[in-house]
Design a binder for this molecule. Structure first.
Ligand code: PLP
Length: 498
C-alpha cells in the first residue's frame, strides 16, 4: 500500500489514498495532502478531444494510486453517466458576453457539491474493499443547507454506509429543508436540531470526539466518517472541471493551445478554488485564480495583506454557502506555499485557534501571486443578477453573481483581457427568491410559488429536482435538542444494524 498522502501538520502521519478517503481528517487535526503532486505532470495531449468522464479517469488515476483503473472507471461511470445529471456531460460551459460560465449545477441537488458528492460514495466503497475494511460506516454531517442534501442524495441506498444529517431547525431555507425531509433511502436519517448552525456543528464535533460513543458504535460494527470538504475524496473530483473547461474552450476554437486563462471562483471553504490551484500545478495554463467572497471577506483581506483574521462581524447574506469565516482548505494552500513545512503549518493553525488570526510573510505571499481576492456586497450581488438578465437574458444565482461582480472589478483594476471562466455553483432556482427579487422587485409569494413566477417571467424551466417539491411527502420528522444529538446517533445506529 503506497502511503503517499500525509497530514499538513506532521509528515509522520501518512496514509494511502483509500485510507485518506475513509478517514477524512488526519488524527492531528491536519488535512491530508498528496506527497507527489509536484512530480505529477499530466501531458496536455492526453486531454485533447476527451469527454468529461475520460478526463476524470486520467486525473483520478494519477491521484488515487492504490485504486485499479477498473475501480476508477466504475466510480466515474456510476457517478456521472448513470442518469444522476440532467445533461449528457455532467457540466455545461456557456458563453455570456465576454466571459464563460461553467455550470456545475446540473446534478441531483442543483448545486456544485453534487460534482464531488455523487462520486464520493463510490470512492468510499472501493476504499473499503482496498483496505479490507470490515466495519460499516456512518457518515455524520452538520449542514447549513447545501451539503446535507447533496450528501444524502449521494449516499442514499449505498451498501454498508449510512448517513445521518443534522440541520438547525430554523436555520435553513424552506426549499432546502423540504429537499432534505423528502429524501428517500433506508440508510438515511435527517434530524432538525433546536439551535443554530454553530450549535449543530459543535454537537457533531463533540460526538465525533466522544470515545464512549465510538465504543458503542464499534460494538454495533460501525465507525464514523465524514463527507465534508476536507476529505480528499471531495477535493479531487473538483480538479476535473478546470481541465474540462480549458480543453472545451480549445476544442471550440475559443482559445489557442497553451493560452493562459482565468478562473473566477465563488469561495467559502476554499475547496473549489484549491482544486484550481492543483490543476495549475499539474500543468494547466492558468493566468489568475480569482477568489470571490461576499461580505464575509476574510479571504479578500488575506490575499491583499497576508493577514488572516477571523475576529470580525459575521454576516448572513444571500449567498449562504459562502458565509464562512474559517476556510478550512486554505491550510492545504499554506502547506504548499511553505514548501511542505509541517511545523510552520502547525504554528499557523495553533495561532488561528488561540488568537483567531495569523500572518504570512510577504516573501511567502509572493508565491501566491496567481491568486487575486475580491468581494461583493449584497446590493452589488443583486445588481449583478439583474444586469446579466437584462443584458444577456442569463439567470444566475447569488453565489455566481458574487463571482461575476468580482470579475468585473478585477478587469477594471487590471485591464487583463485573458479569456475567463466563472464557476457557476448553484442553480438560480435553488435561491429563487433572491434571484426573483433582484430582477423583478419584492414579491409576497411563498417560496414555492415564486419559482413558478420566475420560470414564467424569464421563460426558463424549473429544474426537475426542485419541481413539485411542495407536494412531495416528507419521509423524516425527527427533531431533537442540542443535548439529544448523541442519543439520536445511537438510536439510528441500532436501527441500521438490524
Ligand atoms: C459550497 C458552495 C460554495 C463554496 O465552495 P467552497 O469549496 O466551500 O469554497 C459556493 N457556492 C455554492 C452554491 C456552494 O454550495
Amino acid at each position: 500500500m503506497k502511503k503517499s498522502y500525509h497530514s499538513t501538520r506532521s509528515k509522520d502521519i501518512s496514509v494511502s489514498a483509500s485510507q485518506g478517503i475513509l478517514q477524512g481528517l488526519a488524527p492531528d487535526g491536519g488535512l491530508f495532502v498528496p506527497d507527489f503532486i509536484h512530480q505529477l505532470k499530466l501531458s496536455p495531449d492526453s486531454f485533447k478531444g476527451k469527454t468529461y468522464g475520460q478526463m476524470a479517469k486520467i486525473i483520478f488515476g494519477a491521484f488515487l494510486n492504490d485504486f485499479s483503473q477498473e475501480q476508477i472507471d466504475h466510480a466515474v461511470q456510476s457517478a456521472y453517466y448513470s442518469g444522476k445529471f440532467s445533461k449528457d456531460e455532467p457540466v455545461a460551459l456557456k458563453k455570456v458576453g465576454d466571459r464563460y460560465f461553467l455550470e456545475l449545477f446540473h446534478g441531483p441537488t442543483c448545486a456544485f457539491k453534487d460534482m464531488a458528492l455523487t462520486i464520493l460514495p463510490y470512492l468510499m466503497t472501493e476504499s473499503m474493499k482496498i483496505t479490507d475494511h470490515q466495519k460499516k460506516i456512518m457518515i455524520l454531517t452538520a449542514t447549513s443547507g447545501d451539503t446535507g442534501k447533496a450528501a444524502l442524495e449521494g449516499f442514499a441506498d449505498v451498501a454498508d454506509i449510512s448517513i445521518l444529517v443534522f440541520y438547525p431547525k430554523d436555520g435553513v431555507s424552506t426549499v432546502q429543508e423540504k429537499q432534505m425531509l423528502t429524501q428517500a433511502g433506508k440508510n438515511t436519517c435527517v434530524i432538525g436540531v433546536d439551535g443554530n448552525f454553530d450549535d449543530t456543528q459543535n454537537g457533531v464535533k463533540e460526538i465525533l470526539n466522544d470515545a464512549a460513543i465510538a465504543k458503542e458504535l464499534d460494538s454495533d460494527g460501525m465507525i464514523f466518517s465524514s463527507a465534508n470538504s476536507i476529505n480528499i475524496g471531495r477535493l479531487l473530483p473538483q480538479v476535473v472541471y478546470y481541465f474540462y473547461s480549458y480543453y472545451k474552450l480549445l476544442a471550440d476554437g475559443e482559445i489557442a493551445d497553451g493560452e493562459k486563462i482565468n478562473f473566477v471562483v465563488p469561495t467559502g471553504n476554499f475547496g473549489n478554488i484549491l482544486a484550481g490551484y492543483y490543476a495549475q500545478i499539474l500543468g494547466l495554463p492558468i493566468n489568475k485564480l480569482i477568489c470571490a467572497s461576499n461580505a464575509n471577506n476574510v479571504l479578500t483581506d488575506f490575499f491583499t495583506s497576508g493577514s488572516y483574521d477571523r475576529n470580525r462581524d459575521f454576516y448572513k447574506t444571500s449567498s449562504p454557502s459562502m458565509d464562512i469565516l474559517i476556510s478550512s482548505n486554505l491550510e492545504r494552500l499554506l502547506f504548499d506555499l511553505y514548501d511542505g513545512d509541517t511545523t510552520a503549518i502547525s504554528d499557523l493553525m495553533q495561532s488561528l485557534k488561540s488568537q483567531g488570526s495569523y500572518r504570512v510573510s510577504p516573501a511567502v505571499m509572493d508565491k501566491a501571486a496567481i491568486f487575486y481576492g475580491g468581494y461583493a456586497d449584497e446590493a452589488e450581488t443583486s445588481m449583478a443578477i439583474k444586469s446579466a438578465f437584462d443584458d444577456f437574458n442569463y439567470l444566475m444565482d447569488p453565489h455566481t453573481a458574487v463571482a461575476d461582480k468580482v470579475y468585473a472589478d478585477y478587469v477594471k483594476a487590471s485591464g487583463d483581457d485573458s479569456k475567463t471562466v466563472i464557476l457557476s455553483t448553484a442553480s438560480p432556482y435553488k435561491f429563487g427568491r433572491s434571484v426573483y427579487e433582484s430582477i423583478f422587485g419584492q414579491s409576497p409569494e411563498d417560496d414555492y410559488a415564486i419559482l413558478d413566477s420566475l420560470a414564467q417571467k424569464t421563460g426558463t424551466e424549473i429544474p426537475l429536482p426542485l419541481k413539485d417539491l411542495a407536494t412531495k411527502d416528507n419521509k423524516h420528522q425527527l427533531q431533537c435538542g442540542k443535548n439529544g444529538m448523541s442519543q439520536a446517533v445511537l438510536e439510528f445506529s441500532k436501527q441500521q444494524v438490524k
